[in-house]
Design a protein. Structure first.
Length: 146
């Protein structure tokens, strides 16, 4: 039995089913496209944030210790840098984050450039001062307001 020979009720029902299926497919396609675009934007912005943080950490090293070749930094310089960060008012977790970034940058430079040197920033003692602030959860009123 062809589509046109069916009752009006059956034709409307089948048309609505096809319309719902078509709309669902369109929604899936648009959602996937938008998800990919948002993911790419997020990663692009994340890369920019990471690059900015790395540049800031390098500027900290240069401001504190001066600009010189990697193999001329000593563990005493690294300790001086740690103390400078603490005096600057950074929390111990921030000092650890900055130090891990600087260690990674120096390791990369040593490995990529073939510098015959050890990483002066590795092995520096970073004490936890217990200054980390515990974050409190949002109150119910705050959640309702959001």
């Amino acid at each position: 039995m062809s589509f046109l020979n069916r009752s009006l009720r059956s034709r409307i029902f089948l048309s609505m089913i096809l319309l719902v299926i078509g709309a669902s497919i369109l929604i899936v396609v648009v959602t996937v496209f938008q998800y990919r675009e948002n993911t790419q934007d997020y990663h692009r912005e994340r890369l920019i944030r990471k690059e900015t943080a790395i540049r800031e950490n390098i500027d900290y090293v240069i401001k504190c210790l001066g600009c010189r070749p990697i193999d001329q930094y000593t563990s005493a310089d690294a300790a001086k840098y740690r103390d400078w960060l603490v005096e600057k008012g950074l929390a111990s977790s921030s000092v650890k984050r900055v130090f891990s970034s600087v260690k990674a940058i120096v390791n990369l430079a040593i490995n990529e450039l073939g510098v015959d040197s050890k990483n002066a920033f590795a092995g520096v003692y970073l004490a936890s001062r217990g200054d980390a602030k515990k974050r409190k959860p949002l109150s119910n009123d705050s959640l309702k307001h959001l």
